[in-house]
Ligand binder design. Structure first.
Ligand code: CP
Length: 319
């Protein structure tokens, strides 16, 4: 593995999940492979889980780790080409990324979308420039359109807690007061479509009309607009808000009543409930679910560690 930016960097997701579950049983067995290797974690946006789990994963593999909150601690970054830098930006992404490549063997990068310019966000311009100019392997810590470490941890969690050979997994839109990126649902859909193609799960997406994800992330996915119908016989429900892709970055009318509660769980197959966190209680997801035995959100966050460690292991062995 030379890069980890999407499920397309993974030849076989079933094997990768098995590798993660094996690594979880013996976390320190590979402490030698990261010796004298440095991971740089570059954050252009806030984080709790991604930052701590990736840092711990690298330490479990014997790596040195440097973390930089570039949005707060770095020079103001110019990302456009061909501009005279006579404004507020101080350092160009070409030099910044190249310098990080001098200090680090692997870089993790978080770079959120603007939600203002769909074409710019979906071109992953900033992310791709970091890859190009750093000239080292890059792990996505969430880009403008994807969050693959989260989706990998989600699939690990489903494999750990499933009660049937091929569980039904439903991605269910949830309300929010702020427009959120599509990166988590895009990535989750992409990983689950692959898992479905590999015979691991059955996958359904449910959301109000107008919240359709970009088709490139939902190949052959079943989309059901009636939430109750979609949830019937579900074994796992993945709750997540996202803003509109079509009416880019907007919150649309019609999302009222979509918050999941225990009453609605009765129509499922005693489904376990997942969310990537952070979650707004009693807005996106009811407290009664989050505090119940049906919630997997903490176990899911715990699995972020094994997802990150498996990915770093594969990148280290390809250096
Ligand atoms: N789920 C997730 O990526 O959490 P953080 O934003 O806290 O890293």
């Amino acid at each position: 593995m030379k890069l980890f930016t999407s499920v397309h960097d993974v030849p076989n997701v079933d094997e990768l999940v098995k590798e993660a579950l094996s690594l979880k049983t013996d976390p320190y067995a590979l402490q030698h492979i990261g010796k004298n290797k440095t991971l740089g974690l570059i954050f252009l946006n806030p984080s709790l889980r991604t930052r701590l789990s990736t840092q711990k994963a690298a330490m479990n593999l014997g790596m040195n780790v440097m973390v930089m909150n570039m949005d707060k601690e770095g020079w103001a970054l110019e990302t456009r080409d061909g501009v005279i830098m006579n404004g507020t930006t101080v350092e160009h992404i070409r030099e910044a990324a190249a310098v990080i490549g001098e200090y680090c063997d692997i870089m993790g990068l978080r770079s959120f979308p603007t939600l203002k310019d769909r074409e710019a966000d979906y071109s992953e311009d900033i992310f791709n420039k970091f890859i190009k100019y750093s000239n080292i392997p890059v792990v996505s810590l969430e880009s403008a359109t994807r969050h693959p470490l989260q989706s990998f941890a989600d699939l690990i969690t489903i494999q750990e807690y499933k009660k049937t050979a091929r569980p039904k997994v439903v991605l269910s839109w949830a309300p929010h007061i702020k427009p959120l990126p599509q990166s988590v649902p895009n990535s989750f859909a992409e990983w689950m479509c692959r898992a479905e193609a590999e015979g691991m799960i059955d996958f359904v997406i449910t959301h109000p009309r107008g919240y359709e994800l970009a088709e490139e992330f939902t190949p052959n996915a079943t989309i059901i607009y009636d939430q109750d119908e979609a949830l019937k016989d579900a074994d796992f429900i993945y709750v997540k808000n996202w803003s509109s892709y079509q009416d880019y970055g907007k919150i649309l009318p019609g999302g009222e009543g979509w918050m999941l509660d225990l009453e609605r769980l009765k129509i499922t197959n005693q489904a376990k409930v997942m969310h990537c966190l952070p979650v707004r209680r009693d807005l996106e997801l009811s407290s009664e679910i989050l505090d119940s035995a049906e919630s997997l959100v903490i176990k899911e966050a715990g699995n972020r560690l094994w997802a990150a460690q498996t990915v770093l292991k594969n990148l280290l062995t390809s250096l």
